[in-house]
Design a protein around this ligand. Structure first.
Ligand SMILES: [Fe+2]
Length: 212
């Protein structure tokens, strides 16, 4: 075993809570529930043919976890449910350090609503986690979430490397202009790059994690 996310998350959370009292208390709260998966090193190479990092920043902005996070999700790449009417969506990208190096073996846990705007709060529909490969790459196959309750479509994400802080955030779609503009949580920096792919969509977002 190479360590538990929980332990590191708890330590980082305590350190940051102390710092946050002076600097950024809302940021500390936005981290939300710690992850609870064992690190086991990089996943097998995914060979996604991803372009180089889109942007390297000091760190991807955190956003609120919201009320619907469920821990201990299945480890998997395919979240799409058989027979769904949702539009197919592949979400892929890199997990990086602020100086643009890959974070290999990071855990990335995502959850979103279904094609009717409902979250599965009893089971694990449209919930899952995986580990990045040596290039820091991840890829989930799912569906496009829809609007619900005043929120523009979004995907919730928790991501953490063995030596990074936990990032809890949300990512958005660039083709939801009015819905994005009307959502007070929406942030342009958290908008995915989106292309048509086959009968569905392909989205790219790179996450930048700060050291623990
Ligand atoms: Fe949500």
């Amino acid at each position: 075993m190479r360590g538990w996310v929980t332990r590191r998350g708890a330590v980082a959370g305590l350190a940051s809570a102390a710092a946050g009292a002076v600097v950024a208390p809302t940021q500390a709260r936005a981290w939300g529930t710690p992850l609870d998966y064992a690190f086991e090193g990089p996943a097998p190479e995914r060979d996604l043919g991803l372009a180089p990092p889109l942007a390297c920043t000091p760190g991807t902005p955190a956003q609120t976890e919201g009320p619907f996070y469920t821990p201990k999700t299945p480890r998997r790449a395919i979240l799409r449910e058989p027979g769904t009417a949702g539009e197919p969506l592949a979400v892929q990208g890199l997990v990086l350090t602020p100086d643009c190096r890959p974070v290999a073996g990071a855990v990335i846990d995502i959850w979103h609503c279904d094609e009717r705007g409902d979250y599965d709060n009893r089971g694990f529909r449209y919930r899952g986690h995986q580990f990045t490969d040596a290039a820091g790459a991840f890829r989930f196959e799912t569906i496009r979430p829809v609007r619900y309750g005043g929120r523009t479509p979004h995907i919730h994400v928790k991501v953490q490397g063995e030596a990074t802080r936990l990032l809890t955030t949300q990512v958005y779609f660039p083709d939801m202009g009015d819905a994005n503009a009307g959502d007070v949580i929406y942030r342009e920096e958290l908008t995915m790059r989106l292309d048509r792919a086959g009968d569905g969509w392909r989205a790219r977002f790179d996450f930048v994690l700060t050291p623990a």
